[in-house]
Each structure stands twice: as structure tokens, then as C-alpha cells.
Write a protein that binds this ligand. Structure first.
Ligand code: FES
Length: 81
């Protein structure tokens, strides 16, 4: 599962660092071997008004907050199955 958090200036101001930290924390708890998780950043996705923007395997998610990270990972893992 490839996770990209927008690190553009608008998303940064809307809390991208906290979202990245939440993904990092959630990834620590992922049993190894179940899912291959790759976390990275991406440039502005042209949805600045709806940041924080995250792409998971190409799918765009808007208004992402740290409390949405676990459900997004679960949803992404289920769509991989
Ligand atoms: S800065 Fe994130 S969508 Fe523009």
C-alpha cells in the first residue's frame, strides 16, 4: 500500500505533519508481512481548500485528520484483499 501525504504549504498549515506522525505510529502497529506500507510525501494535489490531502494507492482522500488515519489504513488494506 503506497501512502502519500501532501506536503504542500496549505496542507502543511492544515496539519500534514500530524497526519504523517499518525501514519508513522499506525504503521508501527501493523503486523509485519500482512501489508507492505510505503509512506511518502507528494506535492500539491490541487485540492488545497480540502486539505490535508492523502493518496493511498492513487485514490485521493481529502480533509484527512489524524483520527482518520486508522480507518483509512483499514479501508486500504481491505481493498487490497
Ligand atoms: S497543498 Fe495539499 S492539495 Fe494543495
Amino acid at each position: 500500500m503506497k501512502i502519500q501525504v501532501c506536503v504542500g504549504s496549505s496542507c502543511h498549515l492544515k496539519g500534514a505533519p500530524a497526519v504523517i506522525a499518525a501514519f508513522q505510529e499506525a504503521m508501527k502497529n501493523e503486523p509485519s508481512g500482512k501489508n507492505i506500507l510505503e509512506l511518502g510525501g507528494c506535492y500539491c494535489q490541487d485540492h488545497c481548500q480540502n486539505g490535508v490531502v492523502v493518496r493511498i494507492d492513487g485514490r485521493l482522500y481529502t480533509n484527512v485528520t489524524p483520527d482518520r488515519v486508522a480507518p483509512l489504513l483499514k479501508e486500504g488494506a481491505e481493498s487490497d484483499e
